[in-house]
Ligand binder design. Structure first.
Ligand code: FMN
Length: 219
């Protein structure tokens, strides 16, 4: 469950969140989308609004989706999703269905932009400008170190929604109750199959009487 947040209230540190923990750039629609891992990008203010930037090389399949959409999303995840982020950063959506491989659930943000329910934080961005980097303006050492002619395109997206993967207390209580009931049901189904297990009705029973019954059965 996500809650809308004011971008100014976010506590994430962009240097570690993008650079170390990485993010997923996704675009398209929830029915047809693609996502790739990115560790380059930024958060700030431009033209008086909260703005995110990201940098995509021409060969990325995701670029086709970002170019063809008015919106893109940046999703940030807990460290336990590192394997999924590694997959999205090493496999192309041209070859594998990355959403399926990762076990992600796609949801729709503003502009029907796709994002992932497993994320902790999602920034839904309205694409405002896309500019291919100009190698003529690039320092020689950067060109040598980072490029083989595949200059990034820089994307600026106005952050129109910041969605935090947390919920109100009553929603959390309801979700925990539902998950616990489901878990208990699965356990009952599992244990019922095991003939060695003996069932004792403990509902509303007196603890002493229940203990006596257990002892009697063990005897
Ligand atoms: C940690 C990490 C960071 C990456 N950062 C970027 C990036 O900022 N820009 C980019 O174009 N590719 C980046 N990549 C590479 C793409 O994620 C990768 O090529 C991906 O497979 C492209 O998928 P696609 O073809 O489905 O779009 C990164 C990969 C990793 C593992």
């Amino acid at each position: 469950m996500f809650q809308k947040a004011d971008p100014k209230s976010l506590t994430l540190n962009p240097f570690s969140a993008v650079g170390d923990q990485w993010m997923l750039i996704a675009a398209g629609t929830p029915d047809r989308c693609n996502a790739m891992t990115a560790s380059w990008g930024g958060l700030g203010v431009l033209w008086g609004v909260p703005m995110a930037t990201c940098y995509i090389r021409p060969q990325r399949y995701t670029k086709e989706f970002v170019d063809g959409s008015g919106y893109f999303t940046l999703s940030f995840f807990d460290g336990k999703y590192r394997p999924q982020l590694s997959l999205c950063g090493t496999k192309s959506g041209r070859d594998v269905d990355k959403v399926k491989e990762c076990g992600f659930t796609v949801a729709a943000g503003a502009g029907n932009a796709p994002y992932f329910e497993q994320a902790d934080l999602v920034l839904v961005c309205r694409k405002r400008m896309a500019v291919p980097m100009d190698p003529a303006l690039m320092p020689e050492d950067v060109k040598e170190k980072w490029y083989k002619g595949d200059w990034h395109t820089m994307y600026w997206g106005e952050i129109v929604e910041a969605l935090e993967g947390r919920c109100a207390m009553d929603e959390a209580v309801a979700a925990i109750k539902q998950a616990t009931r489901r878990y208990a049901k699965r356990q009952r189904t599992w244990f019922r199959r095991d003939g060695r297990i003996q069932w004792i009705d403990a509902d509303g029973g007196d603890a002493r009487a229940i203990a006596d019954e257990i002892l009697a059965r063990l005897a």
